[in-house]
Design a binder for this molecule. Structure first.
Ligand code: AFP
Length: 343
């Protein structure tokens, strides 16, 4: 039959990946499939956000001290509802919940742990900027079953993630994921209701021309961070500077653009709280999953001094500075932040 060849479905792709792993039981495939269903439901709600009474704030403040939007709540609920009965998880953690989320006793438990940010960039919901869902999956290391004792299994460095990815609800809806064998992107065809392979084996350029950073924080940065940003803005034809600036304030959207085009996203530590300089983004639910994706695509992620994936998490909602994207750009950022380079 003539015409454009239609890409394979995400389900076929996950099964194909599973066949590469002789020890696979199908548990992981079940888990990802259920997550995809949750994302399709979230996508449906996001698409009608302008019409329904789901815009705006709930009036509650989440564990991070941020206003909870109605769609955040919805996305958080849907993921939990779909994932509790899948039988492959021992617990979950959401950016919106202070504690670990247990699997109720009526459902079977499994050996995987799901961490997620249900609706990243949610302050952009009301203004039609792309938002997304980020996820990371670990395998349980211990034999513990009680929630109180599972925290050690959850606080694993990102290097131990067995899968990670995100859904971006934008001009089209795309799922990008990795199980440690490259990064692949699938676009949701609404008429078919399936994610079809659209971006096979994504590779991020070693160097980009884009910086993505909230420069409104300039006054809160230390000298090293300012010198880094100033460097990217200086004119130098040999290194292709100045870089162009792109920042919408949705990590998934800013990350996805740079993954495809090359560039660096930065959320440096700042001194908004002078006693405790810190980044804004969360290690477990945001930085680690995207760090796995970017490394699998040939890029790099750092907190300014070490690879994000090597950080031993100390708490569930730990925040980190984040430099992520094209490898050479992120390595250069490390040189500035470590103080090895000043201009
Ligand atoms: P919201 O989910 O509250 O919109 O936060 C989004 C986010 O965590 C991340 O997606 C953005 O990259 C970052 O915060 C933007 O933060 P600033 O508004 O401080 O630039």
């Amino acid at each position: 039959m003539a015409g454009k060849k239609i890409g394979m479905t995400i389900t076929e792709h996950i099964l194909r990946e599973q066949r590469q792993n002789p020890g696979a039981t199908g548990a992981f495939t079940n888990l990802l499939n259920e997550l995809i269903v949750a994302a399709k439901v979230i996508n449906r709600e996001v698409n009608k956000a302008g019409l329904a009474e789901i815009l705006g704030k709930t009036g509650r403040v989440n564990v991070q001290g941020e206003q909870v939007q109605k769609l955040d709540d919805f996305a958080n609920d849907i993921i939990q509802q779909r994932m509790v009965h899948v039988g492959e998880l021992c617990c979950m953690a959401s950016e919106e919940d202070a504690d670990l989320i247990d699997i109720p006793p009526q459902y079977p438990k499994g050996n995987y742990i799901l961490l997620f940010d249900p609706l990243d960039g949610s302050s952009n919901i009301d203004v039609n900027v792309s938002i997304g869902t980020i996820f990371g999956i670990y395998r349980k290391q211990s034999r513990e079953t009680s929630l109180d004792l599972l925290m050690k299994d959850v606080l694993q460095p990102g290097r131990r993630l067995v899968a990670a990815g995100y859904f971006i609800y934008g001009s089209s809806t795309i799922m990008v994921y990795t199980t440690g064998r490259g990064v692949h992107g699938f676009t949701l065809y609404p008429s078919v209701g399936e994610f079809l392979l659209s971006h096979e084996n994504i590779r991020i350029p070693d160097r980009g021309r884009i910086i993505s950073v909230n420069e409104g924080n300039y006054v809160f940065w230390d000298e090293k961070t300012r010198a880094l940003i100033d460097y990217f803005k200086k004119r130098d034809s040999a290194t292709g500077r100045p870089y162009t600036s792109r920042y919408v304030g949705s990590l998934v959207a800013d990350f996805h653009r740079n993954l495809l085009k090359g560039g660096i996203f930065m959320y440096p530590a700042d001194l908004k709280n002078p006693d405790k300089p810190s980044g804004k983004l969360r290690l477990m639910c945001e930085a680690n999953p995207l760090a796995m994706v970017v490394e699998q695509a040939g890029g790099y992620a750092s907190d300014g001094s070490q690879p994000i994936l090597e950080i031993q998490p100390m708490e569930l909602h730990q925040r980190v500075p984040l430099y992520i994207g094209s490898k050479e750009d992120v390595k250069l950022a490390e040189q500035f932040i470590r103080g090895d380079r000043k201009s």
